[in-house]
Design a protein around this ligand. Structure first.
Ligand code: ATP
Ligand code: MN
Length: 464
């Protein structure tokens, strides 16, 4: 008897086979004829398979008739053509082994519909729902596409550190990693906490980006990508921010900003194309139950060329738009989500790549343009989500980089190793960062980022 997934047992090709299926009961319906229909799900697909449980089964009265949603079983039987139009097959059970019942009085998912907010309280049970199951299958397909895309493009997977001791940009947003006893910290003569006595002999933090370390490997191996957990202690309770999220960051030597944009466009098209091809059932679910514009939006990304406009052109368009924005539009200020959405949703109805941002709002490592006012930064904006990718061509000129560090209030000595990359065989190079959860949100249409990661960490919330 072959073990089969529900997904495979649902295919007409399985008809006639003796199979073993294992999973969790979604529903049980008893027929007057003295037998029962069970709906079985094992996570391999959105759809369940129907099991016909005959009254003659040895444990029919004692166990099968007590199966309720959430119970776990092993089913042995034969795959037969189904009479129903929803499915090609059903399984006629010859044996049902019950592993665990789920008390219907106590099981939270007994009731069919819960709000996504309510489900967040049950992070240990919510993957058993259709919605979270579909999200996680799509998330998995996206993660696989990320690796496949970069491997196919000749990028090397490099693991950058999660704990970093470089007192990096935006330290205010970083989580400190320390073994110092907060109740009794060692103190310096001035009475400050003495981090020289901490685990690493200096302050250490959780990484906010693997980029700087990625540059080290790109300037030796050519094309690399990192893909791992990233942490930001920003206290922003929005539907697009997590304190712990997954970021993929390619970095490539001898890439300029235009190569970088082209890479980002190929990358997003590849992910979307893979999901549309390989997850039709889950995508149909999102289209019908979550957002009925999602398929059209994805096809747009897959098939339409991304627009490329400069930040300055975008500001002009926003100023001429006649829209009443909550935040005023002004050259030199960061674009707000409402501005990004107007550009992608109202103005162009397509993904837009904005580039050449004012130096004042972008990081020190972005390459300064000849105008002296803008840097070679680019953001990819998509409908609904806004910024999904942020990237740049990096400053490869030692003197300019040092000036930019000082201008940003950083001490170049702290970055001696980063500057060495410019001292010894410097090359033009570029890269970007894509937040995995923003991508999953974009692809599934899920409104809140907390519902596209298994265990969301947000301000005030880390239960599991
Ligand atoms: P935003 O302006 O949206 O806060 P950012 O400009 O701070 O983002 P980057 O530093 O450019 O973000 O990071 C690269 C990518 O990582 C972003 O384009 C986004 O997809 C993702 N990202 C950034 N911060 C978060 C977060 N807190 N939670 C989830 N994803 C994030
Ligand atoms: Mn950004």
């Amino acid at each position: 008897m072959d073990k089969l997934s529900v997904r495979d047992a649902r295919q007409a090709a399985a008809i006639g086979r003796q199979v073993t299926l294992q999973g969790w009961i979604r529903t049980r319906r008893d027929s007057k004829g003295g037998f029962s229909f069970l709906e079985l799900n094992d996570g391999s697909s959105l759809a369940n398979i129907q099991i016909v449980a005959d009254g003659k089964l040895a444990n029919y009265e004692s166990e099968v008739k007590h199966l309720s949603p959430g119970s776990s079983v092993t089913i042995r039987g034969e795959v037969k053509p189904s009479g129903g139009k929803e499915q090609a097959t059903e399984v006629h059970a010859t044996e049902i082994v019950v592993h665990g019942l789920a008390d219907p009085e106590a099981y939270p998912l007994q009731k069919k519909r819960h709000t996504l907010e309510k489900l967040r309280e049950w992070a240990h049970l919510r993957p058993r729902t259709n919605t979270i199951g579909a999200v996680m299958r799509v998330r998995n397909r996206i993660s696989r596409s990320i690796h496949e895309f970069f491997q196919d493009e000749g990028f090397l997977y490099v693991n950058t550190p999660i704990i970093t001791a470089s007192d990096c940009e935006g330290a205010g947003e970083m989580f400190r990693v320390s073994t110092i006893d907060p109740a009794n910290p060692p103190r310096t003569a001035e009475g400050k906490i003495d981090y020289a006595q901490d685990f690493f002999g200096k302050p250490a933090f959780l990484t906010v980006s693997g980029q700087l370390e990625g540059e080290i490997y790109a300037t030796a191996l050519g094309k690399i990508y990192t893909f791992g957990p990233t942490f930001r202690a920003e206290n922003s309770n929005t539907s697009r921010h997590l304190a712990e999220f997954w970021m993929v960051e390619p970095e490539a030597a001898f890439f300029d900003l235009y190569d970088d944009m082209a890479l980002a466009e190929r990358f997003l098209k590849r992910i979307v194309g893979d999901v549309l091809r390989d997850c039709p059932e889950d995508m149909q679910f999102f289209q019908e139950r979550v957002d009925n514009t999602i398929m059209a939006a994805l096809e747009t990304v897959r098939d339409r060329e991304f627009l490329r406009i400069t930040y300055t052109e975008a500001i002009e368009l926003l100023e001429k738009s006649g829209e009443k924005f909550e935040f005023p539009v002004r050259w030199g200020a960061d674009l707000q989500a409402e501005h990004e959405r107007w550009l992608t949703e109202k103005k162009f109805n397509a993904p837009v790549i904005l580039y050449d941002y004012p130096r004042g709002i972008k990081a020190f490592y972005m390459r300064l343009n000849d105008d002296g006012k803008t840097v070679r930064a680019m953001d990819v904006l998509v409908p609904r989500v806004g910024e999904i990718i942020g990237g740049s061509q990096r400053e490869e000129r030692l003197d300019v980089l040092i000036d930019r560090m000082k201008e940003s209030g950083l001490n170049p000595d702290d970055y001696w190793w980063y500057l060495d990359l410019r001292r010894f065989g410097t090359v033009p190079h570029a890269g970007f960062g894509l937040g995995l959860e923003r991508m999953v949100q974009f692809v599934t249409g899920m409104a809140n980022i907390r519902d596209v990661i298994p265990f969301p960490r947000t301000p005030g919330s880390a239960e599991f």
